[in-house]
Design a protein. Structure first.
Length: 217
């Protein structure tokens, strides 16, 4: 399995890929620091070295822009998203280090960065005709953007869960997708931890099902 990246390493790598596509040359260490609010060029250099040690970069420390990105198709309009086997614990942000792998998809298939894939387990989303092994795309979202009936991922006391978002005259509710679960009334929308909304589905049609291969780019 390829090495995984922590959150800041993934963000720096994605930024470098976008910058190279837009400018045909790499950002300098100082530019990377300014982009992520890192004042120390030494700290930026350490992040770049970590990416090099994990096989994502080749470095020439003697040059300000002496970096070569490895294993990424710089001509494709793609974005790399983490993929998990279960909904990730988001208490400290989405932890990319615990991702099973990263999947690259066309940018036209996702509205924004910050999304992720999760593999559906069993009949968890059977009400949506989702099968175990399907890959669910979850994108960041704000409450004001949600339409009635949107399926979301929200943090409940027992952890992140799939729920259907509804509104009525008495407030906001998170409706269950399986029998035996209770609806949750959101008394204070400002305290709702909305992780994202379900935006897409990828399913193998050749009987792959549970054996979908999570292959990193």
């Amino acid at each position: 399995m390829p090495p995984t990246l922590n959150d800041i390493e993934r963000k720096i790598l994605d930024y470098m890929v976008r910058y190279l596509r837009d400018n045909t040359y790499q950002p300098s260490i100082r530019e990377i620091g300014e982009r992520f609010g890192i004042k120390s060029t030494k700290t930026v250099s350490e992040h770049l070295q970590a990416l090099a040690d994990k096989g994502f970069l080749e470095r020439d420390p003697s040059r300000s822009r002496g970096v070569k990105i490895l294993g990424v198709d710089l001509h494709a309009e793609t974005i790399s998203l983490p993929c998990y086997r279960a909904l990730p614990d988001d208490r400290n942000g989405i932890p990319t280090a615990s991702a099973e792998t990263f999947l690259s998809i066309d940018r036209q298939l996702t509205r924004s960065e910050g999304g992720f894939f999760v593999m559906a387990a069993g009949d968890e989303l059977a009400a949506l005709a989702v099968q175990g092994g399907d890959l669910i795309l979850v994108e960041p979202a704000l409450i004001d953007e949600l339409e009635e009936g949107t399926v979301v991922v929200a943090r409940l006391p027992e952890g992140p869960r799939f729920r259907r978002f509804t509104r009525n005259g008495t407030g906001i509710y998170l409706q269950p997708l399986r029998q035996g679960q209770e609806a949750v009334r959101v008394q204070d929308p400002t305290k709702l931890r909305l992780i994202g909304r379900v935006a897409g589905l990828f399913r193998r049609m050749d009987g792959g099902g549970q054996t979908v291969s999570l292959t990193a780019h």
